[in-house]
Design a protein around this ligand. Structure first.
Ligand SMILES: NC(=O)c1ccc[n+]([C@@H]2O[C@H](COP(=O)([O-])OP(=O)(O)OC[C@H]3O[C@@H](n4cnc5c(N)ncnc54)[C@H](OP(=O)(O)O)[C@@H]3O)[C@@H](O)[C@H]2O)c1
Length: 335
């Protein structure tokens, strides 16, 4: 198969390129080369999708399939339209952030209501436009469907993507923290649901979808698991003997701890009931259509290997050691 990856210099795009190449496919990645290094053994075409003539490096070429990871509606639209006659199967990596209702668990990709598309003046959901990320993904999906229809498009709404090379530091926070051991602050209730997907499992499904011509729209993440089990499996994967101290939501909010990501945050924690559906999608259709999820112990171990390797200079997000210690002291004092 000739596979075109629009992207391929970062986390997921690199994983898709590496796996497709290892499976024997003829892979081309197109990006600027600014986000990171392309996979060395894979053909790389340097191009800026904002520039006129951005596709000239691929003049006259045809591909059996393409995978696009863009967040920008103009990029999604232009690529789909320009390549519709030269690419058979179009895989688009979207996100579970497209959903309008974050509170209801058990929603399905086929029926869950979506956010409105991004306003036309917003084309890059970064910086001040971060809140338009979900709307931009909705617009990108629409551009893909408008061009490739339901019979040639595979729309893969990823949940939290984790594993080696993750630039976000969210899951890596737990790998690092549990590997360091000792007494660890755990957020919320151990029964709260969590969903995530190993970047290699997601990449592998994208490649298989291209090979098999799988079409449709799916949520691509694990089945929900209790956060307590998730942290226990991460601990087992990194051979940690850490002990968890569960601190409830009311305490964390009173201490101005942020959910999810960023400074003074606890990753993988979202406030309830507002976000009770965010990490609790029904992924039965994706699992039935071939998405496989490896044991989380393996993901944790591989993430730690990467983190402690020469290449693992990942920015971590979440609490600093001093913040965590102070919060545990206050939790104890509160009885
Ligand atoms: N991380 C998560 O937990 C999560 C969850 C749900 C969904 N997602 C989605 O999963 C995907 C992740 O993709 P990813 O890890 O490969 O990283 P990404 O951050 O989406 O990478 C964007 C890619 O596009 C390229 N690019 C950006 N601007 C460009 C331009 N003007 N011209 C040409 N290429 C350009 C970048 O390369 P250059 O900068 O080198 O050009 C890079 O390879 C994204 O679609 C994201 O929205 C992520």
């Amino acid at each position: 198969m000739r596979l075109l990856i629009l992207g391929g210099t970062q986390f997921l795009g690199r994983a898709v390129a590496r796996l497709a190449h290892a499976a024997g496919h003829d892979v081309t990645c197109l990006a600027r080369g600014q986000g990171g290094e392309p996979v060395p053994e894979v053909r790389f075409v340097a191009a800026d999708r904002d520039a006129p003539g951005w596709l000239s490096g691929l003049d006259g070429e045809r591909f059996d399939a393409a995978v696009d990871v863009t967040r920008r509606p103009s990029h999604a639209r232009r690529a789909a339209q320009a390549l519709a006659g030269r690419v058979g199967h179009w895989g688009y990596v979207s996100s579970v952030s497209v959903y309008a209702d974050l509170a209801t668990p058990g929603q399905l990709a086929g029926t869950a209501p979506l956010l409105p598309p991004a306003p036309p003046e917003v084309d890059d959901p970064t910086g001040e436009h971060l809140e338009h990320y979900g709307g931009c993904k909705v617009s990108c999906e629409q551009a893909v469907r408008d061009t490739f229809g339901d019979d040639r498009s595979f729309i893969c709404r990823a949940g939290l993507i984790v594993g080696p090379e993750d630039p976000s530091g969210r899951f890596t926070y737990w790998v690092d923290r549990l590997a360091r051991g000792g007494r660890v602050l755990a957020p919320g209730n151990p029964q709260d649901p969590v969903q995530l997907v190993d970047v290699r499992d997601l990449a592998s499904w994208l490649v298989r979808a291209a090979e098999q011509g799988l079409t449709g729209t799916y949520d691509a993440t694990s089945a929900p698991m209790p956060r307590g089990r998730c942290l226990a499996e991460v601990a087992a994967g990194v051979r940690s003997e850490a002990t968890l101290t569960w601190t409830d939501q009311a305490f964390l909010q009173a201490q101005e701890v942020r959910p999810w990501s960023g400074e003074r945050s606890v990753p993988l924690w979202v406030p309830l009931p507002e976000y009770a559906g965010f990490l609790a999608h029904d992924v039965g259709p994706a699992l039935a259509a071939g998405l496989t999820i490896r044991p989380l112990t393996e993901t944790a171990a591989a993430t730690l290997d990467w983190l402690t390797s020469d290449h693992g200079a990942a920015p971590l997000t979440g609490l600093t050691s001093a913040e965590e210690a102070e919060l545990l002291r206050r939790w104890d004092a509160a009885g």
